[in-house]
Design a protein around this ligand. Sequence first.
Ligand SMILES: [Zn+2]
Length: 480
Amino acid sequence: MLFDLLVTGGTVVTADATFAADIGVRDGKIAALLPPSTDSNVQSAPTLDASGCYVLPGAVDGHVHLQMPTGVGYTADDWATGTRAAALGGTTCIIDFVETEPGERLTDALTKRLDEARAAVIDFGLHMTIQPDEHPIAGIPRRVSARRLAEMGEVYQAGCASFKLYMAYPGFQLSDGDLFRALRTVAELNGIACIHAENGDVIEALREAVVDRPERAIHHARTRPPANEHEAVTRALLCAELAGARVMIFHVGCEAAARVIADAKLRGNDRVFGETCPHYLTLTEDTLARDDGRLWVCAPPLRPQADQDAMWRLLASRALDVVGTDHCPFTRAQKDAGKPDFRRAPGGIPGIETRLGLLHEFGVRRGRLTLNDWVRVCCTRPAELYGLAGKGRIAVGYDADLVVFDPALPKTLTADALNSAIDWSAYEGLTCAGWVRDVIARGDLIVRDQGWIGRPGRGQFVRRAFPGNTHAADPTTRFR
Ligand SMILES: [Zn+2]
């Protein structure tokens, strides 16, 4: 038998082309792309009939938060429920995060996180979060220690080639100096920094200024205005350019911030990238004005319609590069912490399962993205930009991560119909015209007719690195 599995009759969609082909899978890899209606020789292989469907590379979600400790307990999905929901939505590889306890070494935190992640049913990578780690001295804010910067090299060697840097949130927020020092280390390692770009100091001041009706979640958007995001992205890119670092600005939701990224690209900076999320493409700040608006509290906040429209244009024009979900699920009970005061609501919107379907519905079907754009932003570019070798493409030698997407398989999004461990959906009642039917991950058929049939714990940690240190920091940023 030539192949372990043959996917027949589908329309293959890649980031650059759409064509009819059968796909032969052997030993977990894509072994051949064949003209449709193959000869009897290969028909002896087990087949999966994809007639009438698109066949895409398995989608890659570079931004999820499973089993993350927060002030209201862990995020609601653990590695088992979260990765299963991802797979049912066509995602075959995710990247989550490692956070550290005070005083904990990065390598120890990584070991602990890898142990938790053993329940993963799809492949995964990990971004290493760099937090201020020095012991606080009275009146002097915590800093990132020199030891911590040195440890970044150790975790890079262990396969964490990307580093999360926060410009907001007490406990996570880096000073400009530390942001720059961390970015310089990222440049030396030839890694990539993923930046949460909001001006944390200004946000804290604006939040303190809310004295009236703190139960209104719309205050959340008012206290994190677009100018705040715009300023932080500008500052982040200034530091990154000075350090020579490659950067991904995470969860861009407003036009002003996205324009800063677009301008940097136009100036010729080819180390700057932007991510937006399905919620910025499909929802607006109007949801925050609802009585249960706290459910949609996330940061940066949802924006007005004009910003949503701009996100689609900037995604299609490649000013923004990828769509990640920032999946950060909380139950209604957890979100209710924000009932008396929006400032206590845990921030995050679920989306690990709905990204491909929503982008097809609101992007492809509404004419805002081509089929190839859809694959580019959900599958191929995330794999390339985060250093996931062997993922994100339908080509011989790549991992056999494949999605059979049926454009005529309607799906109504409700908490019951989705597989995240939460009791609400951010898109309750919305119907998408097409959905994911089958999923193959490293050659295993793990989703069949929208049902999970894979083995528990089959996911593997993907060690990431970027070939060749061609983007080393400009030596002039060192003074000797
Ligand atoms: Zn996030």
